[in-house]
Design a protein around this ligand. Sequence first.
Ligand SMILES: Nc1ncnc2c1ncn2[C@@H]1O[C@H](COP(=O)(O)OP(=O)(O)OP(=O)(O)O)[C@@H](O)[C@H]1O
Ligand SMILES: [Mg+2]
Length: 267
Amino acid sequence: MDKKIKLSVEDVSKTFRVRGGQYSEDHLLPVLRHISFNVHEGEIVSLIGESGCGKTTLLRIVQGLIKLDAGTIRVDNNVVSGPGRDRGFVFQQATLLPWRSARANVEFGLELQGLPRQQRSERAQQLLKLVGLDRAGEQFPHQLSGGMQQRIGLARALAIDPAILLMDEPFSALDAQTREVLQLELLRIQAETKKTTLFVTHDLDEAIYLSNRVIVLGARPGRIKKIIDIPFTHPRPEITELRGDMRFQHIRAEMWDLIRSSSTAKA
Ligand SMILES: Nc1ncnc2c1ncn2[C@@H]1O[C@H](COP(=O)(O)OP(=O)(O)OP(=O)(O)O)[C@@H](O)[C@H]1O
Ligand SMILES: [Mg+2]
């Protein structure tokens, strides 16, 4: 039986108007062209493509922060017309509120929802535990490492129990080792929460490791070059082990070719 569609992106196009400076005219910058795909319940789908191909723009359109020119976004079959609680977001920088403890950051969205204090506190504790930081709730953001801040950012996004999670290069500011730990953690958390996730990354290995499917976007204006099914079952072994698998190497080479063949970068 086919799984339920949680997110549908239907024929989305976006062109920015870019302001000219003193010596140049305004001009139009086509960024996304005819993007269509679905994300099914419980899936992690990654978007990859070279810098500037429109990955963040697409995520922000799904978030409802950027208006699309054409096309439709649906979450649980409801048309997206602006930001909403059905979508949780994790950015490259955790952007925690510096004057609030880790726990109070996780509780923030629940306060906005008007959840009573006791329930807020119980939910925050569950989430701190889920991200492995149940003993760091009283620390302030400046007392946490970059990896811990990203864990809190993830807990905050999950707190409101969104239908889908949108992640924009959440691990790219971390060192390689912390990054691998958090990739494993994300897989564990996703196995527990079954949260449907759309994940943006530059890192081909990360995309393959985390995803059920990877969408390769061509250079600007971003179009879908290919949607690749990742054949590895869950739970996945450590990434170092998976890298030794011939299928991993084959998929990686294919993605690299697809990105390189559409590159606008001049050597
Ligand atoms: N608000 C905006 N106004 C005008 N142009 C924009 C705006 N936002 C993004 N752009 C342009 O749209 C293009 C796509 O940007 P976007 O941030 O979506 O790329 P990206 O794929 O996320 O890149 P990266 O991998 O470097 O994060 C870029 O050329 C960028 O300069
Ligand atoms: Mg980006």
